[in-house]
Ligand binder design. Structure first.
Ligand code: AMP
Ligand code: MG
Length: 190
């Protein structure tokens, strides 16, 4: 079976993981199997084994060459996975040197996605969600900065579409409208 590869991205705190997990349950009940792969987990496995970080939120503070090495290793492993896959990752990552492409040419062409999903919502809603998430070390950013990051992510997404021919789908995950986001993502996965 030729699988469908769907990359799902969104700024930290947009609720990407919640949308993915809920959509996965929904389509699993319909008999559509998907593997859910978290790109950051693949990077973190290596980073933790090398003693570079204690938690995943420290990775974006590492030297950019180290981040790129971890990123490339993750992409190589992920590219060997067959079947339907969801890849939970970032179109760009905020680092101390500016935004790092989450899917530079050697990553996006190793994966060759069918669809790239951008999960977006209102900037203030993202800010509030970050404040209430105690499970992660989220960066404190202004709503204006979050807005810039979301706009920039669309530009990164367009370049990934140019490199691979993938389609780009925007899924809005607004407050109290998780069901709508889940339905939109499910339609992409079916
Ligand atoms: P997440 O749990 O999706 O927020 O990912 C955790 C961390 O993994 C991020 O803060 C980044 O440091 C790293 N990461 C995830 N995906 C990528 C990627 N495509 N390129 C570079 N770093 C990534
Ligand atoms: Mg997540």
């Amino acid at each position: 079976m030729v699988g469908k590869k769907v990359i799902i991205t969104g700024v930290p705190g947009v609720g990407k993981t919640t949308v993915i997990n809920t959509a996965m349950k929904k389509i699993a009940m319909e008999g559509v199997p998907y593997q859910n792969i978290n790109f950051g987990n693949f990077m973190f496995e290596v980073a933790a084994a090398e003693g570079l970080v204690q938690d995943r939120d420290q990775m974006r503070k590492l030297d950019r060459h180290v981040q790129k090495r971890l990123q490339k290793l993750a992409a190589e492993k992920i590219s060997t996975i067959d079947g339907n896959v969801i890849i939970d990752t970032h179109t760009s990552v905020k680092t101390q040197n500016g935004f790092l492409a989450g899917l530079p040419e050697w990553v996006i062409t190793a994966i060759m996605p069918d669809v790239l999903v951008l999960v977006e919502t209102d900037n203030d809603q993202i800010l509030i969600r970050r404040l209430s998430d105690k499970s992660r070390v989220r960066d404190m950013e202004s709503s204006k900065f979050i807005a810039e990051h979301q706009v920039l992510n669309r530009a990164f997404a367009a370049s990934y579409a140019m490199l691979t021919g993938c389609t780009v789908k925007i899924v809005v995950n607004a407050d109290f409208l998780l069901d709508k986001a889940v339905e939109e993502l499910s339609a992409i996965l079916r």
